[in-house]
Design a binder for this molecule. Structure first.
Ligand SMILES: C[S@@+](CC[C@H](N)C(=O)[O-])C[C@H]1O[C@@H](n2cnc3c(N)ncnc32)[C@H](O)[C@@H]1O
Length: 277
């Protein structure tokens, strides 16, 4: 296959993915990356399309409970919850929305303690970058941030960016949310603290050994990385040990000694980034 053939097949595949309800809002960089690999691996366009959708399912589709429902739930929530509602009311209104994304759903039982412990190490950030953030910025009422603290949200799936932007605007929370592929060479914005929660296993699956490269590029005071210790189906398959070993090797390459926090289904590491010489 010539480079021209590859480019025109990848363009057809991207056009087909753009038409899909599930993946139509995924970052252009990621669609290109996935489409090109699928075209290299499969001669027939229909097989390449199936392979590309499988990759996108692993990267983002698997975590979401259905975008149509999510947008509907967001509209319903905003109508029923005025921006000056009591924080307790806002928390309970946001809870069903957070349940739409598996990662925030799993964290709900210990969300208060989660941010208390993490920010207990880093201090409360005035700028917080949430890379591969899912619906993370909607946890703001549990974070204890100052009202003017800015959350920078970068996420592969534009549907989640839309929800985060809409909800944040409604409650007047400072937000800068954008579609972004963490594997693209485009620099992430600078922040006092950067969260990469449950993201590295997905980056490794998309491109082996990419975690170190991504971590080295982060312009941040503190980095917070986490790993799931249960699969999406709720099984524990020795994931804690496997990811602890993985983190040990990253930490030694980064010459850092992270603080480890164990939550019921999530392993968290926090470290201060050394100033470069
Ligand atoms: C396992 S979820 C974690 C979400 C969030 N960090 C949390 O822990 O609540 C991974 C998220 O990263 C996004 N994602 C996957 N690959 C990505 C990439 N290459 N760049 C940016 N975001 C990505 C997915 O769409 C998904 O929302």
């Amino acid at each position: 296959m010539t480079n021209d053939d590859l480019a025109s097949r990848a363009a057809r595949l991207i056009a087909a993915l753009r038409e899909s309800r599930k993946y139509g809002a995924v970052s252009e960089d990621a669609l290109f990356r996935v489409a090109e690999t699928a075209c290299r691996g499969h001669r027939r366009d229909s097989d390449a399309l199936k392979a590309a959708k499988r990759k996108l399912h692993q990267a983002c589709g698997a975590f979401e409970a259905g975008n149509r429902d999510l947008v509907k739930a967001t509209r319903h929530l905003l109508k029923a919850t005025p921006r000056d509602a009591d924080p307790i009311v806002i928390r309970s209104a946001l809870t069903p929305l957070l349940q739409h994304h598996a990662s925030t759903h799993e964290r709900l039982p210990f969300l208060d303690r989660y941010f208390r412990e993490v920010f207990g190490i880093t201090g409360l950030p005035r700028t917080l970058l949430d890379l591969g953030g899912g619906l993370g910025p909607l946890c703001r009422p549990w974070m204890g941030l100052a009202p003017d603290a800015l959350i920078l949200h970068r996420e592969l799936d534009g549907h989640l960016v839309e929800v985060v932007t809409t909800v944040s605007a409604h409650f007047d929370w400072p937000i800068d949310s954008a579609v972004h592929d963490a594997l693209s060479p485009i620099a992430s914005p600078t922040a006092e603290v950067t969260l990469l929660l449950k993201l590295l296993p997905l980056l490794e699956r998309a491109r082996k050994n990419s975690s170190l490269e991504v971590l080295r590029r982060i312009p941040s005071g503190f980095v917070v990385v986490s790993f799931p210790t249960q699969s999406l189906s709720g099984r524990n398959k020795g994931m804690a040990t496997q990811y602890a070993d993985f983190m040990d090797s990253l930490a030694s390459s980064l010459d850092t000694m992270p603080t480890r926090i164990d939550f019921p289904n999530e392993l968290v590491y926090v470290w201060k980034v050394k100033a470069s010489d």
